[in-house]
Each structure stands twice: as C-alpha cells, then as structure tokens.
Design a protein around this ligand. Structure first.
Ligand SMILES: *[C@@H]1O[C@H](CO)[C@@H](O)[C@H](O)[C@H]1NC(C)=O
Ligand SMILES: *[C@@H]1O[C@H](CO)[C@@H](O)[C@H](O)[C@H]1NC(C)=O
Length: 299
C-alpha cells in the first residue's frame, strides 16, 4: 500500500500505538483497516423499558454510528438469516438503543449491533444471551396520595399501557381490614374511599404487568388523615362561649334592669327628701300653692 492509501488511516495507527495491548483494528487481507465491532452488549431493562447498550467504538475526531437489528423467537427458529432493523436505531449515534418498541412479545429476542463509519461497516456483535422481557426489573410504583374533601385520592406513576396497579388501603386503627383495588392506569387521580375523621388512612401500591405475569414489590406506605373535627370543634367552641355569654351577661343586665326598675338608687334633691310625715308635706305644699295662687290673683 502507498503512503496516500495509508494517510487517511494515520489516526487509526496513532490510536493503535496508544492501545498496544488491545488493537482496535483487525486487518483485512487487502490491508485496509476494518472498523471494529462494538463490544460488551447488554440489555438494561426496567419497568418494561428495554435499552440495549454496548461499549462504544472510539475513533478520534470521527463520529461512529451504529445500527441495531433483532430477531424474535419465530425468526430465530425459522428464518434465521432474516434480521429486522430496530425501529429507532438504524443509524444511531450514542452507544445505546431503546428497543422497547421492537420487543413486542414475551419470547427470547436476539439482538445485534454494528458500527458504521462513512461507507464502512463493522462486523455484527450479537448479544450473548437472548433477551426476554420477562426479566425486566419492576420497581415499586411512585404514588401520590391526597385528600379532596373527605375523599381519599391516589395518583400513580404513569408507566405506560402495559401497567396496572394493585392498591391496598386501610384505616389505621385496630381490627380494620385491608381493601384492595385494581387501578388500570397511572397518571390520573383515582378516588379510593370516602374517609371518616378520627384515624389516618394508609395506602400502598404495586405494579402489575400482565404481559409477563409479574408484579413489583409494594411501594412504601403513605398515610393521610382528614381533619373532620375541625369545623364542629369551632362550632362547639362558639356555642360554648355564646352560652357562657348568655349565662354571664344576661343575668347581669337583667339584674341591673330589675334594680333600675324596682329599686332605683337615686339621690333625691333635698326638696324631695321626706323629712316629715308625707301627710304633713302634702298639706304644707298645698298651703304654699294656695298662697301663690292668691298672690297671683291679687296682683
Ligand atoms: C463492559 O461493560 C461493563 C459494565 O456493563 C464494564 O464494566 C466493562 O468495563 C465493559 N467492558 C468494556 C471492554 O468496555
Ligand atoms: C421468562 O420466560 C421464560 C420462558 O419463556 C422462563 O423460562 C423464565 O423463567 C422466565 N423468567 C422470569 C424471570 O419470569
């Protein structure tokens, strides 16, 4: 090969020298460096979201793309030479591919990936153990509980259409039994029960995935209590003070009323003071009036 042929790959040489122990490039018989295949394939699957990951092919100053293909059980058994391109990763940049939409049945899936650089493609790397979505990790669902008036309301994490939830709830007091309810959808508030005041209501939930016949562990229990006594308490307090007011104020004012109307304490002007017997006062007054009258008449 000439220098001109080698020149575009000088970076590769440089890389090779830096990584003596594990040469990144195998050399095809015609002398052209072949693009290394991605290594270390694995599927990370949580809550029915499946992510195929691999160790990236790193070439300085180059952008390497990847394409992913799969085979379901049927293809593996009967048409093993036919691979189906992954819906989202026919030419993807990161070293991972969301294959959730490709894995539509609970059967073993074979997955493979190769690197693409310009017109070059690497060999395919195949996932060692076919992936079955029934191995997905199911985490306890996130949940929010709240009260809407006296209603106990739960809202579960929206984990997608595959998920239902088993919700267990109970009133936290001795000898109460647990109720269970299947909630068919996350992401929307669902009424569980009408609460009575006096004790908290507690809730826990687990995720169910029918497609794989499995469920998650239960979430941590959360409790909520209605303050049902608050309003009657205020009313009772008002009533009590009102009653006390009536008990205290009414007799007081009644007393004063009675005192004023029956036995008024009035300081009488001196002229009205009864010093002698009423009889004498009256006769005395009459004389005075008569004197005045006669005086007026005479004038
Ligand atoms: C392969 O993946 C594992 C983690 O999944 C990592 O620890 C390891 O370093 C990877 N190997 C290579 C060659 O990248
Ligand atoms: C998944 O399904 C396969 C059969 O297709 C079964 O052998 C395996 O035990 C299942 N794994 C789990 C975790 O349920």
């Amino acid at each position: 090969i000439t220098i001109l042929e080698v020149w575009p790959f000088s970076l590769y040489w440089f890389f090779l020298l830096k990584n003596k122990g594990s040469p990144l490039f195998a050399f095809a018989p015609d002398g052209v460096a072949a693009l290394p295949a991605p290594q270390n394939l694995s599927v990370h699957s949580t809550n029915m979201k499946h992510l195929l990951m691999w160790s990236p092919v790193v070439l300085p100053e180059e952008t390497v793309y990847y394409s992913v293909e799969y085979q379901g059980e049927y293809e593996s058994l009967y048409t093993s030479d036919i691979w189906i391109p992954s819906k989202w990763c026919s030419r993807t940049e990161g070293p991972e591919c969301d294959v959730t939409d490709d894995i539509t049945a609970t059967v073993p899936y074979s997955l493979r990936v190769r690197a693409i650089l310009g017109s070059q493609t690497s060999a395919w790397s195949i996932l060692e153990q076919p992936f079955n979505r029934n191995s997905t990790i199911l985490t306890p669902p996130g949940m929010e509980i709240s009260k809407d008036g006296f209603h106990l309301v739960i809202e579960l994490e929206d984990l997608g259409p595959q998920f239902q939830f088993l919700v267990a709830y109970w009133r936290r007091e001795p000898d109460t039994k647990e109720h269970a309810k299947v909630v068919r959808k996350g992401g929307i508030p669902v009424h569980l029960e009408t609460m009575e005041p006096g004790a908290p209501y507690c809730v826990k939930a687990q995720a169910l995935v029918k497609a794989i016949g499995r469920h998650s562990a239960f979430s941590q229990t959360k409790c909520v209590e209605v303050q049902g006594e608050a309003l009657p308490l205020v009313l009772a307090l008002f009533a009590f003070f009102g009653f006390m007011l009536i008990l205290v104020v009414v007799p007081l004012s009644m007393g004063q009323l009675l005192q004023y109307s029956c036995c008024p304490m009035v300081v009488l002007p001196d002229t009205l003071k009864i010093t002698n017997s009423p009889q004498k006062l009256i006769s005395c007054r009459r004389e005075e009036v008569d004197v005045c009258a006669t005086a007026m008449l005479s004038s």
